[in-house]
Design a protein. Structure first.
Length: 168
């Protein structure tokens, strides 16, 4: 029980740190460096929480918002798929990866059946995003990529789809 209380306190501290970082990002003057630092902290917190959920079935149950029953092992795979996807988005958001490079990474991810299953199982999660948000736009890009891959006759998956325009 003491171990569980300690773990809960650590999770609570991590969440508190994330909320504090987010609050500072909203109230502090907006500089590019500050935004990147806030994104880095948010990304670290998200990844830490996903790792905890992957390691503990009781925590993974909190993230089980799928429309169908998903076995625990598959849920853990989905959490990892989410971590990979969010990691790629993060690198794009901080400017370490162009939109074209992100597209290439997503195209590789789409070659994996577990990732495709994750994407399909979380389709309803993306329905609440405003259609002007970056996450919605990138999700639509992913949807089109999957359709292009599914409709392709070519075995050369690495050239399927239309590369996005990287111009500002």
């Amino acid at each position: 029980m003491a171990t569980q209380s300690s773990a809960i306190r650590r999770i609570g501290s991590a969440v508190k740190a994330g909320v504090t970082a987010l609050t500072h990002s909203i109230t502090a003057p907006g500089s590019r460096q500050h935004r990147r630092a806030t994104l880095a902290e948010q990304h670290r917190l998200h990844f830490d929480l996903l790792c905890k959920a992957m390691d503990d079935p009781a925590l993974a149950a909190v993230l089980d918002t799928y429309e169908t029953d998903i076995p625990l092992e598959k849920q853990r795979q989905f959490l990892f798929a989410n971590a990979l996807y969010i990691n790629a988005l993060y690198f794009h958001r901080i400017g370490a990866m162009s939109l074209t490079e992100l597209y290439g990474h997503l195209r590789v991810m789409c070659q994996n059946e577990v990732f495709r299953d994750y994407w399909e199982a979380t389709r309803h999660h993306r329905k609440s995003l405003p259609d002007t948000s970056e996450e919605y736009i990138l999700g639509q890009m992913m949807e089109e990529l999957i359709q292009d891959l599914d409709g392709s006759d070519s075995d050369e998956w690495w050239v399927v789809g239309e590369l996005p325009d990287d111009s500002p």
